[in-house]
Design a protein around this ligand. Sequence first.
Ligand code: ADP
Ligand code: MG
Length: 398
Amino acid sequence: MNYNKKTVRDIDVKGKKVLLRCDFNVPMAKDGSGVITDDKRIRAALPTIQYLLDQNAAVIACSHMGKPKGEVVPSLSLKPVAKRLSELLGKEVIMADDVVGPDAKAKAAALKPGQIMLLENTRFEKGETKNDPELAKAMASMADVYVSDAFGAVHRAHASTAGVADYLPAVSGFLIQKELEIIGGALASPKRPLVAILGGSKVSSKIGVINNLLEIADTIIIGGGMAYTFSAAQGGKVGDSLLEADWMDYSKEMVEKAAAKGVKLLLPVDTVCADAFAPDAKSQVVKAGEIPDGWQGLDIGPETVKLYCDAVKDAGTVIWNGPMGVFEFPAFAKGTEAVAKALSETSAITIIGGGDSAAAVQQLGYAEKMTHISTGGGASLEFMEGKELPGVACLLDK
Ligand code: ADP
Ligand code: MG
C-alpha cells in the first residue's frame, strides 16, 4: 500500500472552516481528577493546528477518547484536552458541550478565522463507530474542508475518521503525511537491505505483518514470546514459555517460505529463561530449544543479541515491531535494549511500529535516535500488514 495523498498544503484553507480530526486519546489519571498523564499526542497535533491558524482558518478540532460506546461518559470528556491544548497554543480553545448538538453547531457557526474550538468526544455519538452517514453529514455541515491528522485512528472507518470525507474535500495533516512518507516509503521502495525485526508476545497477532514483510524484507529477525512457537515447531523444548500450539504449523511454513524466497530468517540461538513470570524471578541462560520444564523464556540470550545486532549493522532500513523480551521487567529488558542501541548506532532508516515497541524504545531512552516512531500502534501494524487504511484511503489523491 503506497499512498500519495493531498496534504493541508495542497488546498486552500485560508479563512476556511476546517474540521480537523486529531488523535487526542491521551492517557488520563485513574483517579478521575482529569489530569493528563502524557500529552504527547496533543503536542504531536500542534504543527498542523498552528499551520491552519497561521492560514487564518477557523479550526473545529475533534477526537475520540476511550470507549464510551455512544453514551455521554463525563470521565471521558475532552475538556481536559481543551485546557491543555490551550496552554500549549497560548490561545483560547473554545470547548463545545456536544459533538453535533446545538452547542457545537452554534459555536462552530460563530467561530472566526484564526480561532479554534474542540468538539466533545466523537464516541459520545452512537453513530461514530458505525460510520453513520447522518453523523458524518452533521459533522461535515459545520465546515468547508476536512483535515485528518489522527494517524492512530486511520485503521478504523468511523464517521469522524472516514465518513466525513464523503461530504467535504479531505486532505491529510503533517502527522499523517510523515507516517505515509516514512512507513509507506519503507514498504514500497525501501533502502536495502531491509531488515524486519518482529517480536512481542504472540505469533497470532503478527501473522499479517510476518506475511507481508516476508514479501519485501531481505532479513527477518524473530524475537520475543513468538519465538517459542517457532522453536517448538522445530522440535525444541520450550518449558513454560509462551506457546501457541495452533500456530506451530504456520511458523514452520514461514520458515520454509523464507528459505524458498531467499529471505534470511533469524531465530534465537539462546534464551534467558526464568522460574516464574516475575521481575525478580531466578534466571539462567540456556540454548534455544533446551528450556527445562518449569522454566519460561522471557528474553533473548547474549549470543542471540550478538547475532541480531550484527544483522542490523549494515541495514539500509530497519522496521521493528515487537519487543525482544518482557522489557517491562528490567532484568529481562536487556535484549530489547541491546537491539534498540544497535539501531541507534546504524546509519539505517529506523522505523518503530506498535504501541509497546514505541513505549519500550522511549522507556529505554533511544527514542531520539530513531528515524521514526509511529504515533499509531494498531494503525502502524495494519499499515505494515499491507492492509488498506480507511482513514487514509478516503483522502484526496495528489
Ligand atoms: P507491539 O505493541 O509493539 O505491537 P506486542 O503487543 O505484540 O508489541 O507485544 C508486546 C508485549 O510482548 C510486551 O508486553 C512484552 O512483555 C511481551 N513479551 C515479549 N517477549 C515476551 C516473552 N518472552 N514472554 C512473554 N511476553 C513477552
Ligand atoms: Mg501491543
